[in-house]
Design a binder for this molecule. Structure first.
Ligand SMILES: Cc1cc2nc3c(=O)[nH]c(=O)nc-3n(C[C@H](O)[C@H](O)[C@H](O)COP(=O)(O)OP(=O)(O)OC[C@H]3O[C@@H](n4cnc5c(N)ncnc54)[C@H](O)[C@@H]3O)c2cc1C
Length: 251
């Protein structure tokens, strides 16, 4: 649909790394949830509420590759000497549990997220690398903002234009940041990795929340105000204010 609407757009391009994912029962012994950056690769392990764990790994590799002896063997080759619980998780995963997908993103943002009466949300509009864990989150934000701008009885064309205007700068910015984060996590040069790791551990020592503060402009997003309900109550126009991504009180 995107290609039909925007034929001149280059479409998704390979981000330079492939990803493996699996969900299996949690290991018997406790472990610390983590995301670990190595040389040209990442491993993350996170507990799920239902007692299973979600594990993911990425590695900088040419596009389209598949391990001739299976992806479990590939994970062993790359990560078996990483820290606990990684080797145990690889051992526990069944060959069929492991998904492998090359990561592609819309490096060039679309000019708009709608055309005529057709609107794009989520990855169709702004597929990004998973390095900031934002693809699904931004899709949800899209849905909230779109619903906000399509108040019943409102002008459809104006509502879709307002949706695009609200979402495009934010999603383009986050897509760019995610791509930069991906490059940082997939460095292969030993000197650059040493500098990266030194900077990260210095930042962590300076203040536990210093690194997290870098995410503030992503995480402090607030839904646009529910002006439809307010407008109905007061008899005012249902046309909402533009989503600025700021606290309602700041508007
Ligand atoms: C390795 C990895 C890790 C990620 N980690 C995170 C994370 O931690 N946090 C986060 O927020 N996001 C994460 N994401 C991103 C997230 O998965 C996506 O951004 C999100 O799934 C996008 O949702 P979507 O509904 O736009 O698209 P999709 O989830 O791709 O849904 C599109 C659906 O449309 C269906 N479809 C396609 N064509 C047609 C057709 N012609 N007719 C009918 N149906 C069709 C597809 O089968 C699919 O079910 C990650 C992605 C990857 C690859």
């Amino acid at each position: 649909m995107r290609a039909a609407l925007f034929p001149a757009h280059p479409g998704p391009v390979y981000a330079g790394f492939t990803a493996w994912r699996f969900v299996i029962p949690a290991p018997d012994r406790p472990f610390v949830p983590h995301e670990t950056w190595g040389r040209g690769g990442v491993w993350g392990t996170h507990p799920l509420k239902d007692g299973r764990v979600y594990a993911y790994a990425t590695a900088r590799l040419p596009e389209g590759g598949r391990a001739p002896d299976g992806e479990k063997a590939e994970l062993r080759r790359r990560f078996a000497d990483w820290h606990d619980p990684i080797p145990a998780l690889i051992d526990a995963a069944g060959a069929k549990d492991i998904l492998r997908n090359d990561v592609r993103h819309l490096r060039t943002p679309l000019a708009t997220h709608h055309r005529g009466r057709v609107v794009l949300v989520g990855d169709a509009a702004h597929a990004m690398t998973p390095s900031l864990g934002q693809g699904g989150n931004q899709a949800i934000e899209d849905g909230v903002v779109l619903a906000h701008h399509l108040a019943p009885g409102g002008d459809l064309a104006a509502g879709l234009a307002a949706y695009s205007a609200a979402r495009l700068p934010r999603t383009a910015e986050i897509t760019g940041r995610a791509a930069r984060a991906s490059r940082l996590t997939h460095l292969t040069s030993a000197p650059l990795i040493a500098v990266r790791d030194a900077l990260i551990s210095t930042a962590a020592r300076l203040g536990p929340d210093l690194i997290l503060r870098g995410f503030a402009s992503i995480a402090d997003w607030r839904p646009p105000q529910a002006s439809y309900a307010a407008g109905t109550a007061t008899g005012a126009s249902a046309r909402p204010a533009r989503d600025t991504g700021r606290e309602p009180a700041q508007r």
